[in-house]
Design a binder for this molecule. Sequence first.
Ligand code: DX5
Ligand code: ZN
Length: 219
Amino acid sequence: MEKRNIIIAPSLLAANFLQLDREMEMINNSEAGWLHLDVMDGRFVPNISFGLPVISQISKIVNKVCDVHLMILEPERYAEAFRDAGAHNLTVHAEACPHLHRNIQQIKDLGMTAGVALNPHTPIGLLENVINDIDVVLIMSVNPGFGGQKFIPHTLDKIKALRQMIDSSGSKALIEIDGGVTLANAGDIVAAGADVLVAGNTVFSAADPKSVISKLKQA
Ligand code: DX5
Ligand code: ZN
């Protein structure tokens, strides 16, 4: 079987914020395909990260797909602002969206690709009726809110089941895995069926981040 092209999405959350220009230069010169941008509101998740002013500046200097992961309530209030700030893909949490189908249509109407994120406890069955409408399914492999947590092993079964669901539905959605991705578990995550690996600490804490990105891509 032909090997899938694996996309690496380093997560800005783990970058050194005092040296963002250098960190972004490293990203631009790396084999990363996407840059993952975690927005937290202190309500949907118990932490606050960064928002529109940071993303609008970063998106101007980064030559990668800007993958914005909204961990916020009422994401529909901000979708247009994130598009204007440079988001290419906008991912919302199913748990934060009682009208998920409407959120997805809004994101696509704004000209972005649409992702839906699922917390570790949220079953993939929730996506059955929107799987053909979305571009990305983001499976949280830690509880969202913080970088540097340990990968929840049960996620591997969830990825396998989602791979089957996507392939049998004819959906083109990419499977993105977020949280606790390391050089040690990336191979298993890819073998289970993932397309996109988010990596925060594994990339930005490394002595040679570019080579770590390369190795993750070969996983
Ligand atoms: C967690 C965020 C992740 C985080 C991953 O809530 O959604 O994207 O940056 O960080 P690591 O790779 O360090 O677990
Ligand atoms: Zn994330």
